[in-house]
Design a protein around this ligand. Structure first.
Ligand SMILES: [Zn+2]
Length: 73
């Protein structure tokens, strides 16, 4: 079992929008685990497939697109 602290973006190849079980690599959705409005955090869950518990770190990202106002040409 790997003992590294799960930190986002540090060589652990975190998945976007999906939770991967660290035990059996089963992929799961996160809808049941994150409250709307949570920006980042940590929770514990059991794998749907192998039933083993694991910790999950998450953070959310915003994508910005800017545009000039029409009358400022
Ligand atoms: Zn699993």
């Amino acid at each position: 079992m790997e003992t590294q602290n799960s930190s986002l973006g540090q060589g652990n190849n975190p998945e976007v929008d999906i939770i991967e079980c660290p035990h059996c690599h089963h992929l799961m959705g996160y809808d049941d685990y994150i409250e709307v409005g949570d920006m980042s955090g940590q929770f514990k869950m059991d794998c749907e497939k192998c039933q083993k518990p694991f910790d999950v770190d998450f953070c959310s990202m915003f994508y910005f697109e800017t545009e000039k106002l029409k009358e400022e040409e």
